[in-house]
Structure formats: structure tokens, C-alpha cells
Design a protein around this ligand. Structure first.
Ligand SMILES: Cc1cc2nc3c(=O)[nH]c(=O)nc-3n(C[C@H](O)[C@H](O)[C@H](O)COP(=O)(O)O)c2cc1C
Ligand code: SF4
Length: 470
């Protein structure tokens, strides 16, 4: 069996889930094994976090379990704000029960007494599905002592950043804090950032002192857990590659015939995934560039045979991210792509670290000048200068995303920048989408066009003043 996360028909009741080979058996198996052995199975499976970074899940769980602190929490990241990605919503629509069971197992393994599932408030359908699943689990007593709360968060891209997500759970804006969740968890009063000493293990309530180590995992990561507990680490390792075992739920959107979500074994070629999941480029067109979300270096036509795996993308100087592939065909202007990616990131930057907000905004302005035909070599120099500093003192990875994506486009397509400067216009004018997905079903993707009206302070311009509509 090489596809197990996305059932052919949605699972819509706890009874239907319990009737599957896995339903309910994962929690039972974890209780038979105990927390340490459960973590060991997850470690041996080689599962890596599907939220974008690919961090080994067992190692993360062991790290949280080993932290001192009386109170621990689990957070499931279902913000899914990465453009080009829809897989978490597809999973929640198809089977919210495997996620809830994965959360119950994770909470048991790391000793978390409370868990939170964070979704955007705009994900109504998925919130309804997961709310129903949690209620049915609670009524059936499968959650045990673990309290599970669903949090409806804002549409901001940063909501999905784990340190910002903890802020949202605590009722604040999605502004990333300094320390990672395993060091400074939910409702923590320590570690303090000042000079005062503190007792990290003192906390036993939400308001008391303590660092409250918190485990944050993506929807897809946790959805894998019951399957691994029931079928074993070796079964999981029998799929995919040695460094990237298992399957991956990919999204393929952009210039393809039928955008969609599909589960594939790790190690398939990107070209095959674009064909199998997105039905390939439209007739007469060829793939020019592929981006995995907005966080990784561009993949050019030359590298389309890269293996869809963490090590495969790393070997070509990119990253697999959350396997949300944005495909652009040969009608695409890469200067415009750079401008639109940079604009998205600069608008979503929160501004807590000035080089990130100022740098990404300046880069966006210079890219816009080149794209609209008024740019010169001075703009290119200014972009290069800012790219060297945009990450200075940054609290989160967004600034690095700007640096990585824009640098990669400049390196892969230098001739397009000089062409714009020489011609004084864009040779491939076309309204390029940044596919921030609202819906994806039946080969049809709905993009959130309001991003073009979003302003640097996160307010929205009235519709008639929308820029980016060129
Ligand atoms: C700007 C930004 C946005 C992110 N958005 C998401 C998101 O929408 N969903 C997600 O699971 N992880 C997102 N992440 C990654 C999370 O911070 C975190 O690494 C992830 O949830 C960990 O889960 P995993 O170990 O299961 O991959 C984002 C990171 C950054 C820097
Ligand atoms: S790096 Fe950018 S987005 Fe991240 S906290 Fe700093 S200013 Fe905000």
C-alpha cells in the first residue's frame, strides 16, 4: 500500500474511521508501548515534519519530552498559509479522524495535558470537520484526559509560523516571539528575556511560571502517526527513500491542466508528479520554473527530474517545503515572478525586525521598477545590497525566504533582468498569479486575489485602488 493518508472516499464519522484497519488502534498501541517506546517508533520510522522544514519528528518529540517544565502542550499547525499549498485542507476534508488520533498519541508521548488545533477562521469547512471529529472522539472517551481546543486564527501568512501561532493561541497578533516553542511554550512566563532569574520548572497552571515546552506539528505530520503506530516503523520505511520515508501529499497548481492535490511516494520525479497530480502543462507549453511555496529556491526546467524528497531538492540547491508546487510555463516573465513573490513576502512581514520589512519592501520597489521598464543597473545593485542584509537580526524564517527566493531567480534568469533594462519594458507581459489558495477541487483552483489589495500594515485598500492588477 503506497497511498494511505487520502482515502478515495471521505471518512465522515467516527464509526466509519473505527471500521478501518487503523482507526483507534494507534492510541491503543501507544498505550501498550508507553511514551518512550512510542517516541522510539516514530523516530525509527524516519518521519519528517511536513510543515516545510522536514525536521525529524521523533527527534522533536524526544526534545520536548526531555525539557524540564511541569506543564507541556501540543499544537497542531493547520494554518496552511503557504501559497501553492492545499494538502492540509484536503486531508481534513478526507479524514479528520486520523489527525485527531495522531494528536492524542503525540500528547500522550510528550506528556501534554492540553492540545490545540489551529486553523484559519476562513477554513469553515475544515473547522466543521475537525470539530465534529474531536467531539466524537471526546464522547467515545478516546481523548482520555487530553483536552483538545480548536483555535480559529487570522488569514495572515505569519499565523503559520510556530512562534507566531503560540501568540495567537494566547489571544495576541501573529507576531513571532524570539524563542522556539520547546524553550518558550504556551502560557509560559519563563524563560524571561530580562536579567531576572526564574525557576523554569515552577509552573503548574496556565498562569503560573515555567517554560511550558510545547510541541508544534503540522496536520500531515500528525495524520501519519496512527498509521505508523499500527503498521510499524519498518512498514513506513518500506515507502519513499532512505532519507525521506513515506508518502507526501503534494499540491500542484499554476500553469497546469488540472490543479489538484495527490498523495505520492517520496522519490517520484517532480516531472512525474506535475503530470500525475496536475495533469501536466497545457498543450503546446513547457514548464519554465517551479516553486515549492514561496520559501525555496526556484527549480528550473533543467532540474525537473529532481526526486520529490528532502535530499533530492537539497541536492539541486532548493528545498521541498510542504510540496506545494507552483508551476509557471514558458509564457512567464521571471522578473514579474520575482516582483510578485517579493511583494507577497514584504506585505506579510510583520516589521518587528526592521531589515526584514525595510529590505523586502525596498527589494519589491526596485523589482517593480525593472518590471515596469523604468529600472536600471542601480536598481539591480540596490536589490543585491539589500539581499545581503534582509535577514539581519531576524526572529523568523520569512526574511530568509525573501533572500533565498529572490537570489535564486536573479541567479537562474539574469538575462531577463538585463532584457527589461535594455528594452525599457517587459517582453512577456501577463498577469501572473501568486496562488494563495481559497479552494481546490475538481481540477479548479480558486486563488485569493485580495492579496493584491493588502497593504504593508495588513489593512486592505479599497477594491478600486488595487495594485498588481496590471
Ligand atoms: C512564515 C512562515 C509560515 C509558516 N506557515 C506554516 C503553515 O502554514 N503550516 C505549517 O505547518 N507550518 C508552517 N510554517 C512552519 C512552522 O513554523 C513549523 O516549522 C511547523 O509547523 C512544524 O511542524 P512539522 O515539524 O510537523 O513540520 C511556517 C514557517 C514560516 C517561517
Ligand atoms: S523576520 Fe520579518 S516576518 Fe519574521 S518576525 Fe522579523 S520582521 Fe516579522
Amino acid at each position: 500500500m503506497s497511498v494511505f493518508l487520502l482515502p478515495s472516499e471521505p471518512i465522515e464519522s467516527l464509526d466509519a474511521y473505527l471500521a478501518t484497519d487503523v482507526g483507534g488502534s494507534g492510541v491503543r498501541r501507544a498505550h501498550e508501548l508507553g511514551p518512550a517506546e512510542t517516541i522510539d517508533v516514530v523516530s525509527r520510522s524516519g518521519l519528517r515534519g511536513r510543515g516545510g522544514g522536514g525536521f525529524p519528528t521523533g527527534q522533536k518529540w524526544a526534545g520536548v519530552a526531555a525539557q524540564s517544565g511541569a506543564r507541556r502542550y501540543l499544537v497542531c499547525n493547520g494554518a496552511e498559509g503557504e501559497p501553492g499549498t492545499f494538502k492540509d485542507r484536503a486531508l481534513l476534508r478526507a479524514n479528520p479522524y486520523q489527525l485527531v488520533e495522531g494528536m492524542v498519541i503525540a500528547a500522550f508521548a510528550v506528556g501534554a495535558a492540553e492540545a490545540f488545533i489551529c486553523l484559519k477562521a476562513s477554513f469553515r469547512r475544515e473547522i466543521d470537520a475537525v470539530t465534529r471529529a474531536v467531539q466524537e472522539f471526546q464522547t467515545a472517551g478516546i481523548c482520555g484526559d487530553c483536552k483538545v481546543t480548536i483555535v480559529a486564527g487570522p488569514d495572515e501568512y505569519l499565523f503559520g509560523e510556530e512562534k507566531a501561532m503560540l501568540e495567537v493561541i494566547e489571544g495576541n497578533e501573529p507576531l513571532p516571539r524570539w524563542l522556539p516553542p520547546y524553550l518558550h511554550g504556551l502560557f509560559a512566563t519563563a524563560p524571561q528575556m530580562g536579567w531576572q532569574s526564574h525557576d523554569v520548572a515552577a509552573g503548574s497552571t496556565n498562569s503560573g511560571g515555567g517554560s511550558n515546552p510545547t510541541l508544534v506539528n503540522n496536520v500531515e505530520t500528525l495524520s501519519n502517526i496512527p498509521h505508523i503506530l499500527v503498521r510499524g516503523a519498518e512498514w513506513f520505511r518500506s515507502m519513499g527513500t532512505a532519507d525521506s520515508p513515506g508518502t507526501i501529499v503534494t499540491t500542484v497548481v499554476g500553469d497546469v491542466v488540472a490543479p489538484d492535490v495527490g498523495e505520492v511516494e517520496m522519490g517520484a520525479s517532480l516531472r512525474a508528479v506535475i503530470d500525475a497530480v496536475g495533469s501536466g502543462p497545457v498543450a503546446g507549453r513547457s514548464v519554465k520554473a517551479v516553486f515549492s511555496g514561496v520559501a525555496n529556491a526556484v527549480v528550473t526546467a533543467r532540474d525537473l527530474d529532481v526526486s520529490v524528497s528532502y535530499e533530492g531538492f537539497e541536492a539541486i540547491g532548493s528545498g521541498m517545503g510542504s510540496a506545494g508546487f507552483i508551476v509557471y510555463d514558458d509564457t512567464t516573465c521571471m522578473v514579474d515572478a520575482a516582483y510578485r513573490f517579493s511583494r507577497f513576502l514584504s506585505i506579510e512581514s510583520c516589521g518587528q525586525c526592521p531589515p526584514c520589512k525595510l529590505g523586502s519592501s525596498a527589494i519589491t520597489e526596485h523589482l517593480e521598477r525593472i518590471e515596469t521598464g523604468v529600472g536600471n543597473d542601480g536598481d539591480l545593485d540596490a536589490i543585491t545590497g539589500w539581499l545581503g542584509h534582509v535577514t539581519d537580526g531576524s526572529r523568523c524564517f520569512l526574511a530568509a525566504e525573501e533572500q533565498i527566493v529572490i537570489t535564486s531567480i536573479l541567479r537562474a534568469f539574469p538575462e531577463e533582468f538585463s532584457e527589461h533594462i535594455e528594452l525599457g519594458r517587459c517582453p512577456r507581459p501577463r498577469r501572473l498569479p501568486i496562488p494563495k489558495l481559497i479552494d481546490l477541487a475538481d481540477g479548479r483552483a480558486v486563488y485569493d486575489d485580495s492579496i493584491w489589495r493588502k497593504q504593508p500594515d495588513w489593512t486592505y485598500a479599497p477594491i478600486e485602488r488595487a495594485d498588481g492588477d496590471a
